[in-house]
Design a protein around this ligand. Structure first.
Ligand code: C2O
Length: 573
C-alpha cells in the first residue's frame, strides 16, 4: 500500500508512467444546513461542505473512490453518482430504498467504487425526495495519465452546472403537492453554478462570469442539474463544438445552441475570438417545454468576458457592448429533434461504439402521466387534473411505489417477499392508441415491480410517450449502464417498420435520453452489471408521481460476474 503510494508520488515527479491501475482518492462530504441568499431571499438549505452547488470532485479513469458522506441535517440523505457504472458495486449507487437505506441524521456511509472504462463529465446529487434541488456538484473523470482527449487540448476546463432556485423550501413544495395531488410550484430562477444572473430582480451581483483570453480553446463541462426542466443554452456571437455527451465522446459538430435535459451532461469546446472584441457576451439558458403544466419560463444568464489588453482605453473599458444570444422558442420540438439527430458516437478505433447487434429480449414500455383517485376523506377536493383526482405518472401504467426496505438488500438476502414483485410486464397489459385520443380511464395501477434479467442479457427497450394528460418529452435515466439510442420517432412505434431504420453503427451512447414528446425512443444495452438498477424520468416531479421502475440483473456464473458483498457500514432502514 505505502509502497504504491510512494511509487505514485515519485512516478508523477519523474514522469514515469503510472501503474496500470488507478489510485485511491478519499473525499469527505459533510451534508449540512447552510444559509444562501438569491433574488433577495435567504433560506437555509441542505448543502455539501457548506458550498452551493457542492464541491467539484475529480478522479481519473481507473481510480477507486472512497467518499465518506456524513449526515448533519434532520433529513435522511443518500447520494447518487450519476452516470458511474458501478460495476458490481451497486451498494454505492445511491438511490434511496433502491440500493441502500438512506443515511440517517448523525450517521455516515462510505461510497466505495472504482471508475472502470469511463472518462468525462458526470455529476453527483442527492437521491431522496427533492433534496437534489440543492445537493449536487460536478464529478469529473479525467482520462488516464498520458491519454489525450480525442480533440484539441483545451487551455482551460470550466464546469457549468445548471440548477433551479426556489425561494421556498423544496421539501415543503413536494410535500404539499403530494397532499393536494396538484402540480408542485415551479422554480423562481434558473442558475449557472448556483447564480441566477442579471436578468432577475436583485440578482446582478450573483452572476457567473467566464473570463477568457482571446485565441484560446476552453472546454465547458455542462451539467443539467435542474429539477424539472430541459434547457436550451447559447452564447452570443460564438459557435461551440459538441465533443462529449454523458461522458461519451461524440463525433464533433458545431452549433450555436444546445439542448440539455436534466441528468444529461454535454462537453463543449469554445474557441474564443482571435483578438479582444471590445464587447461582452451573455450566455443564456431557458427551458424547452412540451407539457401542459405551468413552468418557470425565465432565463438564466452568465457573462463571457474577454481579458482586456493592458493598454485598453478607459472609454472602451467603460462602454463595453453586451450581446445577447437568440434562443429557440420554448416549445421548439423541431430544434430538439434536429439536435438529437446530430449526436453520434465517436466510434473510433480507441473509442468504439459497442452496440449490441443481437438482441435477447425486446421490451416495450410506455412512459407518461395518469391519475389516482383523490384520497382525501371528509369530501375535501384534490387539485389534480380534476378535483376528484390526483396527478400520477407511470411506466406501462404502473406507478412505482417506493418500498420501505431497500430493494438490493432484499434481493441479496433472499427476502424479497412483500418488498417487490419480480414481474414487470414486457409490454403494457392494456394496449391502446398511445399517441392518439387518450382513453377515458386514465387511472394508473400501483406496485413495486421489477424486471428480472439473467446476467449478460442483451436488451432492446422501446420507450413510448403517451398523450394522457398531454404528450411530453421525458428524459429517462437508467442507473448502472450506458445505453445506445438506436432509434427515435414520433407517433406510435411501429415494430415492423421502425427497426429497419435503426442506427447500429454510431448511435449515441448515454445514460439519459429524452423520449420525444408524442413519440418514442429505442435503446439497447447489455445487462452485464449484476444488481438492482433504477430507471426513471429525470424530471423530479414525474419521478415523484411514479414514473420509475427497477431492473434486477442476476449474477453470472463466474466469480467476477457477481455482485460484491455489501459493505459493513451500509445504512439500515
Ligand atoms: Cu441523476 Cu436516479 O438519478
Amino acid at each position: 500500500m505505502a509502497f504504491w503510494l510512494l511509487f505514485a508520488v515519485f512516478s508523477s515527479v519523474l514522469l514515469l508512467p503510472e501503474p496500470a491501475f488507478g489510485k485511491t482518492r478519499h473525499y469527505t462530504l459533510d451534508i449540512k444546513m447552510h444559509n444562501v441568499t438569491r433574488l433577495c431571499h435567504t433560506k437555509s438549505l441542505v448543502s455539501v461542505n457548506g458550498e452551493f452547488p457542492g464541491p467539484k470532485l475529480i478522479a481519473r479513469e481507473g481510480d477507486q473512490l472512497l467518499i465518506k458522506v456524513v449526515n448533519h441535517v434532520p433529513n435522511n440523505i443518500s447520494l447518487h453518482w450519476h452516470g458511474i457504472r458501478q460495476l458490481r458495486s451497486g451498494w454505492a449507487d445511491g438511490p434511496a430504498y433502491i440500493t441502500q437505506c438512506p443515511i440517517q441524521t448523525g450517521q455516515s456511509y462510505v461510497y466505495n467504487y472504482t471508475v472502470v472504462g469511463q472518462r468525462g463529465t458526470l455529476w453527483y446529487h442527492a437521491h431522496i425526495s427533492w433534496l437534489r434541488a440543492t445537493v449536487y456538484g460536478p464529478l469529473i473523470i479525467l482520462p488516464k495519465h498520458g491519454v489525450p482527449y480525442p480533440f484539441h487540448k483545451p487551455h482551460k476546463e470550466v464546469p457549468m452546472v445548471f440548477g433551479e432556485w426556489f425561494n421556498a423550501d423544496t421539501e415543503a413544495i413536494i410535500r404539499q403537492a403530494t397532499l393536494t395531488g396538484g402540480g408542485p410550484s415551479v422554480s423562481d430562477a434558473y442558475t449557472i453554478n448556483g447564480l441566477p444572473g442579471p436578468l432577475y430582480n436583485c440578482s446582478a451581483k450573483d452572476t457567473f462570469r467566464l473570463r477568457v483570453k482571446p485565441g484560446k480553446t476552453y472546454l465547458l463541462r455542462l451539467i443539467n442539474a435542474a429539477l424539472n426542466d430541459e434547457l436550451f443554452f447559447s452564447i452570443a456571437n460564438h459557435t461551440v463544438t459538441v465533443v462529449e455527451a454523458d461522458a461519451i465522446y461524440v463525433k464533433p459538430f458545431e452549433t450555436d445552441t444546445i439542448l440539455i435535459a436534466p441528468g444529461q451532461t454535454t462537453n463543449l469546446l469554445l474557441k474564443t475570438k482571435q483578438s479582444y472584441p471590445k464587447a461582452s457576451f451573455l450566455m443564456t439558458a431557458r427551458p424547452y417545454v412540451t407539457g401542459q403544466g405551468t413552468f418557470d419560463n425565465s432565463t438564466v444568464a452568465g457573462i463571457l468576458e474577454y481579458e482586456q489588453p493592458k493598454h485598453t482605453k478607459t472609454s472602451i473599458k467603460k462602454n463595453l457592448q453586451l450581446f445577447t444570444p437568440v434562443l429557440p422558442a420554448l416549445n421548439d420540438t423541431n430544434f430538439a429533434t434536429k439536435f438529437s439527430n446530430k449526436l453520434r458516437s465517436l466510434n473510433s478505433k480507441k473509442f468504439p461504439a459497442n452496440v449490441p447487434l443481437k438482441v435477447d429480449r425486446k421490451f416495450f414500455f410506455t412512459v407518461g402521466l395518469g391519475t389516482n383517485p383523490c384520497n382525501h376523506k371528509n369530501n375535501q377536493t384534490c387539485q389534480g387534473p380534476t378535483n376528484t383526482t390526483m396527478f400520477a405518472a407511470s411506466i406501462s401504467n404502473i406507478s412505482f411505489t417506493m418500498p420501505t426496505k431497500a430493494l438490493l438488500q432484499s434481493h441479496y438476502s433472499g427476502q424479497s417477499n412483500g418488498v417487490y414483485s419480480p414481474n414487470f410486464p414486457w409490454s403494457p397489459i392494456v394496449p391502446f392508441n398511445y399517441t392518439g385520443t387518450p382513453p377515458n380511464n386514465t387511472m394508473v395501477s400501483t406496485g413495486t415491480n421489477l424486471m428480472v434479467l439473467p446476467y449478460n442479457t442483451s436488451v432492446e427497450l422501446v420507450m413510448q410517450d403517451t398523450s394522457i394528460l398531454g404528450a411530453e418529452s421525458h428524459p429517462l435515466h437508467l442507473h448502472g449502464f450506458n445505453f445506445f439510442v438506436v432509434g427515435q420517432g414520433f407517433g406510435n412505434f411501429d415494430a415492423k417498420e421502425d427497426p429497419k431504420n435503426f442506427n447500429l453503427v454510431d448511435p449515441i451512447e448515454r445514460n439519459t435520453v429524452g423520449v420525444p414528446s408524442g413519440g418514442w425512443a429505442a435503446i439497447r444495452f447489455l445487462a452485464d452489471n449484476p444488481g438492482v438498477w433504477f430507471m426513471h424520468c429525470h424530471l423530479e416531479v414525474h419521478t415523484s408521481w411514479g414514473l420509475r421502475m427497477a431492473w434486477l440483473v442476476l449474477d453470472g456464473d463466474k466469480p467476477d460476474q457477481k455482485l460484491l458483498p455489501p459493505p459493513a457500514d451500509l445504512p439500515k432502514c
